[in-house]
Design a protein around this ligand. Structure first.
Ligand code: NAP
Length: 302
């Protein structure tokens, strides 16, 4: 069997097109567009390239994008005051603080200061609680899990009654996606098992999965014999395993590998996400979706 590829690069384009159309309609009817602010402290190269991509995507879909760059030695009090300013700014619907922050700043304190109704990353404890309750309570599902669920739905994979096994229990991927898949509703209603380093017989759990979601950060952790024939395999892992010279640019680029032995797994799975080009492109896409949602909440459209 050769699995169908679930390509994040393709699904991203579909969703960004939908967002662009909706933003234009809202602008026409209400005279406003979503506003997203990204606060970047210091000049960490990885953070800067991620922020650049966010800005480019926000512009593409027609948002107002504010990039607020702050020096590496900004005090915690000044950063909290900045967040307060954007919490009270009517033109801003989403606030993003790019992590990591310098050591003089308590990251938790800063993230918790963001108005939960502008927390488009979905990491504020209020939004974590809303996600746990489910249904109408959910405002902003965290972006990577939201992207995973969207890929499963758009690939036409049946989730109702499906055995879902999630490898990993982090706060940003494993726990929220497990919680989302067990809720009642479309793209969920599954029977969920979460496995981790304390789990016995990891292989036996994975073998039961109709949908296997792997977010461990261990290259090739999941072996082909752990996969149920025909299963949907979502590989969230992004592991740098070396470097190579890009044929396009001649520059050094990272060689990336997922948490699943892709070449062997694709002969057994029914559908599978590649790395790169799978879950990766979905995170920024869902950030745009959450920011649009924030404006729609404000306008009473949802
Ligand atoms: P994390 O915080 O390090 O959590 C990893 C989880 O996997 C932990 O719960 C850990 O278990 C579990 N785990 C690790 N090794 C295991 C093993 N051998 N057997 C069973 N469980 C194991 O990582 P994360 O932030 O969730 O990220 C996971 C991966 O996804 C990383 O490669 C990351 O780069 C990638 N990622 C991609 C995106 C994206 O594409 N947009 C976004 C986020 C993350 P314990 O709890 O027992 O330690």
């Amino acid at each position: 069997m050769t699995a169908t590829l679930i390509k994040g690069t393709v699904i991203r384009e579909e969703i960004l097109e939908e967002i662009t159309k909706e933003v234009a309609e809202i602008k026409e009817k209400h005279g406003v567009v979503p506003g997203l602010v990204t606060i970047l402290v210091g000049a960490n190269p990885a953070s800067m390239s991620y922020v650049t991509l966010k800005i480019k995507t926000a512009h593409r879909v027609g948002f107002t994008e504010v990039q607020d760059s702050q020096p590496n030695d900004i005090s915690e009090a000044d950063l909290l005051a900045l967040i307060d300013k954007y919490n009270n700014d009517e033109s801003i619907n989403g606030i993003l603080v790019q992590l990591p922050l310098p050591k003089q700043i308590d990251e938790k304190k800063v993230l918790n200061a963001i108005d939960p109704d502008k927390d488009v990353d979905g990491f504020h404890p209020v939004n974590v609680g809303r996600l746990m309750i489910g249904g109408d309570e959910v405002k902003f599902p965290p972006c990577t899990p939201a992207g995973i669920q969207e890929m499963i739905v758009r690939a036409g994979v049946e989730t109702k009654g499906a055995e879902v096994v999630v490898v990993g229990r982090s706060n940003i991927v494993g726990k929220p996606i497990a919680n989302m898949m067990l809720q009642k509703g479309v793209g969920a209603n599954s029977t969920v098992t979460v496995v981790h380093t304390g789990t016995k017989n990891l292989d036996a759990h994975c073998q039961r999965a109709d949908i296997l979601i792997v977010a461990a950060g261990v290259p090739d952790l999941v072996k082909p014999e752990w996969i149920k024939p025909g299963a949907c395999v979502i590989d969230v892992g992004v592991n740098r395993v070396g470097e190579k010279i890009s044929e396009k640019t001649g520059n050094k680029i990272a060689i990336l590998k997922g948490d699943v032995d892709f070449d062997a797994a694709k002969e057994i799975a029914g559908s599978i996400t590649p790395v790169p080009g799978g879950v990766g492109p979905m995170t920024i896409t869902m950030l745009m979706a959450n920011t649009l949602k924030s404006l729609k909440f404000k306008l009473g459209m949802i």
